[in-house]
Design a protein around this ligand. Sequence first.
Ligand code: GLN
Length: 284
Amino acid sequence: MTYGQLITDAVRELSTLEYSDAALESKELLGLALGMDCRSAEFEAKLWEETDDDVEQRFFEFCKRRLGGEPLQYIVGEWDFYGKTFKVGKGVLIPRQDTELLVDIALKEFEGCRNTAIIDLCAGTGCIGLTLESRLMGVSLALVEKYTDAIEYLFDNKLRFGSQARVVKGDVTDESLPRQFRKADLIVCNPPYLTAADMKDMQTEVHAEPVEALYGGEDGLDFYRDIVRLWKDVLHIGGVMLFEIGAAQGQEVSDILTMHGFENVRVKRDAAGNDRAVIGYRKK
Ligand code: GLN
């Protein structure tokens, strides 16, 4: 049996999963079992070689976990976001490509600025804040996260990128938490925003992620209401509040910001054409 044949078998099995790119995932998992980058020429050459028992065993174990509904990203243990590789695993939301839009928007807003104070609320892996810190000049960054499991990944990623960020363990809906912060130029947040209905027809892989990172209350808007109310005064006048949203939440989240005195509130679309972000400015 060669590694190539092993891949062929795995593709057949993984194709039974409802949402999977079986060919890509089989390669990722074999790369992991071999300790090789599956995009390398070395890996391609390896496919013609006879298998080693230990590698095969590891590979089967990974495939079994994947077939049990565990996301590929958790098995691999890291995932790319905006050109950097973040540590991920059980207990933290996997960085999604959709979320790169928030980074694009923030980079445009603060391009050329030198001393930007940023607070990333519900930071998870830290992918948004840490990416901004690395791409802008002179950022002072605070990362706020409530859950111990997620905070471990947050610290790992902070270390991985040599970040100066202050990590704060706390609940963003706690009335007293905002007082611990100096005024910021940007508050960015990808809060849990799935509705009760969304939670019901979620795909298996998403079920493996922490429900606390996904569920935003019956209408999905609980965090937007609390965060805008509690954190708006932490922004400098003219400062930016930037949220990721669900595709159907553009109007409601805009209304929440407007109601709390934000101006120039706009909804932004992602590459797929869905409403994905809302931005607003603290009134002058
Ligand atoms: N976009 C995520 C999903 O559909 C939801 C993430 C979130 O609630 N912030 O699974």
